[in-house]
Design a protein around this ligand. Structure first.
Ligand SMILES: *Cc1c(COP(=O)(O)O)cnc(C)c1O
Length: 359
């Protein structure tokens, strides 16, 4: 039976990226040795590093005063690397869910954290609006897409202080005005590759303003100095993960880039949300205007609550993988990232309709 992967992360990757990864494990760049075994100082690899950074710049129109880094440790390492590099005294955070809370916890090691607004009162089912960002904060941190709660900020907001965004789960899903941000970071394993590498896009002039020492690995400037030589190799980079990211971005470019992807993502999300709104068995959990086009969260409606495990079983038998909701929301979550084909969303919609017919 055909399987459809709706996992939240790691998640589905484009087929061509998987095929090139398999080939590269056998023989990388006609060197006669595989990508898992080559030195990261071989010219073929340095070319891949440069091309990957160039793909990022091209696809997101990243201005020259920003650097693009590929680092180990996942987005979770950036939760403390960001305050380590930017916080002098106080930072402002938008509290929109589990990942935002983890970022807040780490920031507190470096100074005062002001929670500007929170959606905790309604189990993070919406994005707070109408708040004021304090002008004396060193930066303002947002989570642009809340992977667990299925809410997303659809616009690039204005901020009087450097804007920092965890874009782990919506990077490359829509065009972004990079110039509105100080730092954008995330783990690759949702939209741009496999686990093992994080991306950091940083406006260079924000760095080097602290009067405390910083460990070399945490200091973005250590990684940037090597990027100048077209590499991001202060230490051994996660070679294989970066290679698969390179192939994933090539696939995205061939498809027409981020603008085309955004249109396709909106269409896929609309298919699924339309069915959730039509089908009386299901209810969406996120406020309509804040619905994520990446993670679609829904539960059984009140009068059908008892059918939750029956639907999960029904869907699993039809090849749907990874649609069980996160425990903090319950119900179901379909993650429909860039590489999730429209066909998968259609299959899930059909499954919801078939289930409706038999209850
Ligand atoms: C998955 C995720 C993370 C955690 O990423 P790791 O690479 O596992 O550390 C952080 N933030 C968001 C928004 C996520 O979706």
């Amino acid at each position: 039976m055909k399987k459809y992967n709706f996992n939240a992360g790691p998640c589905v990757l484009p087929k061509p990226a998987i095929e090139s990864a398999i080939e590269a494990i056998r023989d990388f760049d006609n060197t006669g040795i595989g990508i898992l075994e080559i030195s990261h100082r071989t010219p073929g690899w340095e070319r891949i590093m440069k091309e990957t950074a160039d793909l990022w710049r091209e696809l997101l129109h990243i201005p020259d005063n920003y650097k693009v880094l590929f680092l180990g440790g996942g987005a979770s390492t950036q939760f403390f690397a960001v305050p380590a590099n930017l916080m002098k005294k106080k930072a402002a955070y938008l509290k929109t869910g589990t990942w935002a809370n983890k970022a807040i916890k780490e920031a507190k090691f470096y100074g005062d954290v002001e929670i500007v607004a929170s959606s905790e009162d309604k189990n993070y089912s919406y994005i707070p609006k109408g708040y004021t960002i304090p002008e004396d904060a060193d930066y303002f941190h947002i989570t642009s897409n809340n992977t667990i709660f299925g809410t997303e900020m659809h616009e690039d907001i204005d901020s009087p202080v450097p804007l920092v965004a965890d874009m782990s789960s919506d990077i490359m899903s829509r065009p972004v005005d990079i110039s509105k941000y100080g730092i954008i970071y995330g783990g690759a394993q949702k939209n741009v590759g496999p686990a093992g590498v994080a991306f950091v896009i940083v406006r260079e002039d924000l760095l080097g303003q602290l009067d405390r020492p910083l460990q070399s690995m945490v200091d973005y400037r250590s990684h940037i100095s090597d990027t100048e030589k077209n590499r991001s190799m202060f230490n051994t980079p996660p070679v294989f993960s970066i290679f698969v990211m390179h192939e994933t971005l090539k696939w995205l470019k061939e498809l027409g880039g981020v603008e085309v992807m955004h249109r396709m993502n909106k269409e896929k999300a609309a298919l699924l949300y339309d069915e959730i709104d039509r089908n009386t068995l299901f209810v969406g959990t996120a406020a309509k205007e804040d619905r994520s086009i990446m993670n679609v969260c829904f539960v059984m409606s009140d009068e059908h609550k008892d059918k939750e495990s029956a639907f999960l079983k029904f869907a699993t038998e039809r090849g749907m993988i990874g649609i069980k909701g996160h425990r903090s929301v319950g119900g179901f979550r379909a993650s429909i990232y860039n590489a999730c084909p429209r066909e998968a969303v259609e299959a899930l919609v059909k499954c919801m309709q078939d289930f409706e017919k038999q209850v």
